[in-house]
Design a protein around this ligand. Structure first.
Ligand SMILES: [Mg+2]
Ligand SMILES: [Zn+2]
Length: 308
């Protein structure tokens, strides 16, 4: 019999760190390229755009050391580190599943001495060449068949597809996915209610929007969080929350923490359960508009946060 073990899978940008690493690098190293990056949102495939802009950054004299120094200045909240260490101490496996790249993520983790907590990092491969130019390529390369995921996944990465492989790799006691954005919706649909799986969704960003549009697709319990302290509280509850984990999450465990007591919702309890056919029609009719709006408000929010 395999030992009892939980699987935690994390998005990186705006989930483990309170920044978008792709924006952060350009914002701090070249204002002009940073503006091009922001103006190109939705017009160019994102990984290909980073590869092109990193070439221009190199041509303007920005060195490998400059990029590494910038990455190590990205803040990593101590409460999140405490939560990650707790997960690891309790015997869980931790993975990162991200649309950033290997160099950005590994450099940040090493700066905080937490790279050893993770079993694996699934993201776009990157490396510096001998001159110090950083190259990044698509995780799901153009040499492969398109993944054809119908959910809002980018052509270079269907997180749900990769997440399912991790889920299938072991007989997990519980699986927890944590994310913030549209491309975190697909993996959120791969969880199981029977196993007591959880989605830890960041409040107010596009993952929450997607879940509210299609709550029927997410079977797991959803815990909404806003900051690193919420994540730490939720982690403690996962491990020490009491006999009946789900009922503790929805009632007693968070009753003393006002920020969390209102965050826990069953995915099936919101739009569809309370509102029959009319609202379902309304949701699908406006779906496309909502999706575009969510995307643009995301990028604005990212830009503002990085500039702040
Ligand atoms: Mg993210
Ligand atoms: Zn997908």
């Amino acid at each position: 019999m395999s030992p009892s073990k939980r699987l935690f899978v994390f998005d990186f940008d705006w989930t483990l760190i309170d920044a978008d690493s792709d924006y952060f690098v350009f914002e701090h190293l070249n204002a002009e390229l940073s503006k091009i990056q922001l103006d190109s949102i939705g017009k160019v495939q994102w990984t290909d755009l980073q590869q092109r802009l990193l070439g221009e950054l190199f041509d303007r004299g920005v060195s490998r050391e400059d990029i590494e120094r910038t990455l190590t200045s990205i803040p990593f909240a101590p409460e999140r580190i405490e939560a990650l260490k707790l997960m690891k101490e309790q015997g869980s496996d931790l993975y990162i599943l991200s649309d950033a790249n290997t160099v950005y993520i590994e450099t940040v983790l090493k700066a905080y001495n937490i790279d050893n907590l993770f079993t694996g990092i699934l993201t776009n491969p990157a490396q510096f060449d001998s001159r110090g130019r950083l190259n990044v390529t698509r995780y799901h390369g153009l040499d492969k068949e398109p993944h054809r995921c119908p959910l809002p996944c980018e052509p270079n990465l269907c997180k749900g597809l990769e997440f399912q492989k991790l889920i299938d790799s072991y007989n997990w006691t519980q699986v927890i996915y944590m994310g913030d954005a549209s491309n975190d919706f697909c993996p959120s649909t791969h969880l199981s209610r029977e196993r007591g799986d959880l989605v830890l969704a960041r409040r107010g960003l596009s993952l929450e929007q997607r879940i509210r549009e299609r709550p029927d697709l997410v079977k797991a319990e959803i815990v909404y969080w806003q900051d690193a302290q919420d994540v730490l509280e939720a982690t403690k509850d996962i491990f020490f929350g009491g006999r009946d984990r789900v009922s503790s999450l929805t009632s007693t465990a968070f009753s003393s923490t006002t920020s969390l007591s209102t965050m826990v919702e069953s995915s099936s309890s919101s739009i569809l359960a309370s509102s029959p056919i009319d609202e379902i029609k309304a949701v699908s009719a406006t779906s496309q508009q909502v999706l575009s709006a969510v995307e643009s408000s995301d990028s604005k929010m990212f830009a503002q946060a990085v500039k702040a």
